[in-house]
Design a protein around this ligand. Structure first.
Ligand SMILES: [Ca+2]
Ligand SMILES: [Ca+2]
Length: 199
């Protein structure tokens, strides 16, 4: 006989969706060994890659610039680990024909294991002035290395902002879900008792 209570219980548990959240700004701590460019006394420091400022066509730009065409930017995700579903890139400081081109995201667990990667291509600021979204799927991520493989021109790496979407890997089920779970357990108990009586 089919155990309907068990099927319902499994359905309820798996239908529980953790809440997606924007991981941005203070959720991200950026660091790099690349040299930060400066212009007219304005330093384009790496922390500006996640400072909440991205619609920056005029000074102060609120973006990161390094005059090399490749290199790694480390992004520690505070409050992680997270289950990531997308990456958002605001490419090119002071929109022009710049920005990163080929890049790879490397995902690390809280124990610092490399657990996956994603390869993408950024459009320059002439082509796309707004956010560029990339669907990704990576579970239990505490850190992302943004490895820039090439840039659109010799100005080097120019990024206004990065963000992720995802949910906490350790998210606690909501009370309503816990209540449903309890109901499912009760149902299981009834089903088992009935089966015991029949046998
Ligand atoms: Ca910024
Ligand atoms: Ca630019």
């Amino acid at each position: 006989m089919i155990n309907y209570a068990k099927i319902i219980l499994v359905f309820m548990v798996f239908s529980q969706q953790a809440h997606a959240a924007l991981i941005s700004n203070t959720d991200i701590t950026a660091s790099t060994s690349l040299v930060e460019a400066s212009y007219s006394g304005n330093i384009f420091s790496v922390d500006e890659i996640a400072d909440g400022i991205f619609k920056d066509i005029a000074s102060p730009y609120g973006g990161f610039v390094s005059r090399v065409n490749s290199g790694t930017i480390r992004l520690d995700l505070n409050g992680g680990p997270y289950d990531l579903t997308s990456f958002t890139l605001y490419n090119d400081v002071n929109l022009g024909n710049q920005g990163i081109k080929d890049f790879r995201l490397e995902f690390f667990s809280d124990l610092d294991y490399l657990i996956g990667n994603f390869t993408g291509i950024g459009q320059n600021g002439f082509s796309v002035s707004g956010p560029q979204d990339y669907a990704i799927s990576a579970l239990g991520v505490s850190r992302v290395d943004l490895v820039v493989l090439s840039s659109h021109d010799s100005f080097g790496i120019e990024i206004r902002e990065v963000q992720f979407n995802g949910s906490s890997s350790n998210s606690v089920p909501e009370p309503s879900v816990i209540a449903l779970f309890g109901l499912g357990l009760v149902g299981l108990g009834f089903a088992r008792r009935r089966r015991n009586r029949q046998s």
